[in-house]
Ligand binder design. Structure first.
Ligand code: PEP
Ligand code: MG
Length: 324
């Protein structure tokens, strides 16, 4: 079986009826780029940059970050690399950034909220990214975007840093796509508004599910509410994908759901363009997608969207599609 999967390493991901999608990987360190390629990845769909900042005494310098980003971009060649700007705060604390304790860290001062306030930290990261951009196919995305103003402000800061680097004679790519993670329900609901401003969406279901269901993703007691197949989640995902396509943009997913064999047929039917998952899941996902018909999955997804419960959707997918 392993051998059979290995044969798919250099193949593209394309359904029986010819719909092409991208299978990419999530990474946390530059070294993992190698593993992505070994597992047939068509790109990096989420580079979580938090690890650069963790387990150390002070902020990483612009130069250190530049080296890390450049390494990933060079390794991936012309394959896309989506880098997420710092998603720290809340449960992920940094010893050298003394942030006040919060009652609800998951609803608190974190990610883009922190970056827009502690702008120097943000600007250093953006400069490092912009400098690295000429070494590969970079796309930048902002985490935990809840309002359009946040996105526009973050983009403005990015453009300011770009101009200032260019004035200094630094080469910066002119084709960097700028997108957002959709992991807060308000953003999924206003996806049609966001879709005019962003270059792409990446749906972060790990958080989108927790915020939609109001169920802490780490709390065992409420894990029964953590329901990727709940029609409420599927409808939000559909809104995001439809809004992207109506505006000529693409939509990916980088939450755990993107690599789940039960979710994949539904996501394919909803029109998802990019599936980003852990490296070891990629070849299996490609094999599964290559054996499905997209038009059949559109029917599957449409029926799922009108079901009442997560359990009904799950059973329906299992009955309709062979899950290996
Ligand atoms: C997500 O929320 O789905 C996501 C990919 O981000 P993280 O798991 O890092 O919060
Ligand atoms: Mg998240």
């Amino acid at each position: 079986q392993k051998k059979e999967l290995a044969l798919l390493k250099n193949e593209s991901t394309i359904t029986l009826d010819g719909k092409r999608v991208e299978v990419a990987s999530n990474i946390g360190t530059p070294q993992e780029a190698e593993i992505v390629l070994e597992n047939g990845g068509e790109g990096v769909g989420l580079y979580r940059t938090e690890f650069l900042y963790m387990e150390r005494e002070s902020l990483p310098t612009e130069e250190e970050q530049f080296q890390a980003y450049k390494q990933v971009l060079e390794k991936m060649g012309n394959k896309p690399v989506v880098v997420r700007t710092l998603d720290i705060g809340g449960d992920k604390q940094l010893p050298y950034l003394s942030l006040p304790e919060e009652m609800n860290p998951f609803l608190g001062f974190r990610a883009i909220r922190l970056c827009l306030e502690e702008q120097e930290i943000f600007r250093i990261q953006l400069r490092a990214l912009l400098r690295a951009s000429s070494f590969g196919n970079l796309k930048i995305m902002f985490p935990m975007i809840a309002t359009l103003e946040e996105f526009l402000e973050a983009k403005q800061i990015l453009l300011e840093e770009k101009s200032s680097l260019q004035e200094q004679g630094v080469t910066v790519s002119n084709s960097i796509e700028i997108g957002i993670m959709v992991e807060i329900p308000s953003t999924a609901i206003l996806a049609d508004q966001f879709a005019r401003e962003v270059d792409f969406f990446s749906i972060g279901t790990n958080d989108l599910i927790q915020y939609t269901m109001a169920a802490d993703r780490m709390n065992e007691r409420v894990s029964y509410l953590y329901q990727p197949y709940n029609p409420a989640i599927l409808r939000l995902v559909k809104m995001v994908i439809d809004a992207a396509h109506a505006n000529g943009k693409w939509a990916g997913m980088c939450g755990e759901m993107a690599g789940d064999p039960i979710a994949i047929p539904l996501l394919l039917g909803l029109g998802l363009d990019e599936f980003s998952m852990s490296a070891p899941s990629m070849l299996k996902a490609r094999r599964q997608i290559n054996q499905l018909s997209q038009s059949d999955m559109v029917n599957l997804a449409n029926q799922a969207l009108s079901m009442q419960t997560s359990e009904q959707v799950k059973q329906f997918v299992k009955e309709t599609v062979e899950i290996q």
